[in-house]
Design a protein around this ligand. Structure first.
Ligand code: NAP
Length: 445
């Protein structure tokens, strides 16, 4: 592994050297174990501790199949799906691996008693499988996390519609929290040359998701002047949604839970901010009863901030806790675009507000290759910036996931894998210099 790391760090190692470099038989990886699936039985969700179940193991290098690539991972990142996997909620991800294993002889490799997690990476291609022409050893890349088989017609307009669509490193094995990751070559994207390894690895999953959910015609189709309500506006998804809204000429109304987080939104350029803790919204009177008066109070606050306007698009992901309020505050003909249910999957809202006012609820999930490419292109062009607040070494991935689970983080939390320190991997210093103020401002997040 040292030889691979040194060759990458040199920055000018010829492609054929990478192609000829011997590969190790095993590697270090962050795993969860199937025999620990029930370890948290009876424990409250918020008390389930990812540090107990995320292990640093030596595992064999998986076999390389056609259309695939091995990538030496310099850095990765924590996503909320790492948290879900580590606490075995809402279901154990070993069920996903088992089902994927039944698709073909090749996918059977994924059904193992350990699951290598991670849905983001930056690194260097080491080998490609048969039929891969667009990428070669030595290419510096990031990976998006859409894994598709594309063997039936369903996915050929929009790959997210493929009947065998999965999130790599969550619903498949061999993810990015490992020294060598196994990806399909159609997950690869060029690494922005002005970013460090850890900066480049951090936007992937959330940036692409926010792009589809808010910008793409498959999601919110945001346009100039739209008033966009962004829950968790300084968080993983939200810190990108806020940037997209500002970048696209929309007006973000950012909801956060502390003044520090409000300051982060201000530093991104947002002006309309609601501190939900300070306002103490109680959308639910008890576990089963919502309080429409609180929806009204929330809507009034939005109107105070916007000069009387309601919301064109809600960027929804907290779910049960906020969904009723989200539907209520959306303007006539507006959209509630949802990609998650962090606080609970069974949503309740008053349907009169939806149908009488011709509002629409749109489900959104990750992004297709084209959308991921666009989202990465905007990073590459210095129009959207990584929001990386903390970086942990691979062996402290449990601690990193604990921070995200407890909402102690801001923006994204990175993980160094083969990179020995932060700050490495910048290949275009002129371009970095051009955007350095923005990079530093958003890194502060
Ligand atoms: P994150 O970094 O933890 O940010 C979420 C933010 O939402 C939190 O920081 C918090 O911000 C806010 N929030 C959490 N619970 C809330 C509640 N009950 N009411 C109001 N606000 C709440 O997580 P993330 O990476 O943005 O992911 C958020 C969710 O989206 C997760 O469930 C994740 O699994 C899901 N997700 C789905 C996809 C997809 O493709 N479908 C992709 C990415 C993520 P404040 O405390 O500041 O309000």
């Amino acid at each position: 592994m040292d030889q691979i790391r040194d060759a990458i760090q040199a920055g000018d190692t010829p492609a054929e050297d990478f192609a000829n470099m011997p590969l190790p038989e095993s590697m270090k990886a962050i795993t969860i174990h199937k025999d620990e699936e029930t370890i948290f039985e009876g424990v409250d969700s918020k008390d389930k501790d990812p540090r107990k179940t995320l292990h640093l193991d030596d595992v064999p290098l998986p076999e390389l199949g056609p259309g695939e690539a091995y990538v030496a991972v310099m850095a990765s990142a924590i996503n909320y799906n790492t948290v879900w996997s580590s606490i075995f909620e809402p279901v154990s991800t070993f069920g996903f691996l088992k089902r994927y294993g039944k698709v073909s002889d090749l996918t059977a490799r994924h059904d193992l008693p350990y699951h290598i997690l991670g849905s983001d990476l930056s690194g260097v291609v080491l080998r490609t499988g048969a039929g891969v022409h667009a990428w070669k050893p030595g290419d510096e890349v990031v990976a998006h996390c859409l894994s598709v088989e594309l063997e039936d017609p369903a996915g050929h307009n929009d790959t997210m519609m493929d009947s065998e669509q999965r999130i790599w490193g969550f619903e498949t094995n061999f993810g990015g929290l490992a020294q060598i990751a196994l990806v399909k070559s159609n997950q690869l994207l060029p690494k922005p040359a002005h970013l460090t390894w850890e900066e480049a690895a951090s936007p992937g999953l959330v940036n692409s998701t926010a792009y589809r959910q808010l910008v793409s015609g498959n999601g919110g189709g945001m346009k100039q002047g739209d008033v966009v309500l962004i829950w968790g506006a300084s968080g993983g998804l939200g810190s990108y949604a806020t940037q997209y809204a500002l970048n696209g000429g929309a007006i973000p109304v950012c909801v956060v839970s502390s003044e520090d987080k409000a300051d982060i939104c201000r530093s991104m350029g947002a002006e309309l901010i609601i501190n939900r803790r300070e306002e103490d919204y109680r959308f639910w009177k008890d576990e089963t009863t919502q309080d429409p008066k609180e929806w009204l109070r929330f809507g009034k606050r939005i109107r105070e901030l916007t000069g009387g306007e309601d919301i064109d698009i809600v960027f929804e992901h907290p779910g049960r806790e906020t969904f009723g309020a989200s539907v209520f505050v959306t303007r006539r003909g507006g959209k509630i675009v949802t990609c998650a249910s962090t606080s609970g999957f069974v949503h309740e809202y008053d349907n009169r507000y939806l149908w009488m006012n011709l509002k629409r609820i749109i489900g959104s999930h990750f992004a297709n290759y084209r959308e991921s490419f666009e989202a990465n292109r905007l990073i590459d062009k210095g129009m959207i910036h990584p929001t990386l607040s903390q970086v942990f070494p691979l062996e402290e991935t449990g601690e990193a996931a604990f921070h995200v689970h407890r909402n102690l983080h801001q923006g994204k939390v990175g993980v160094l894998v083969l990179a020995e320190a932060e700050g490495l991997g910048v290949r275009d210093t002129d371009k970095r210099d051009k955007y350095i103020n923005e990079i530093n401002r958003f890194r502060g997040i």
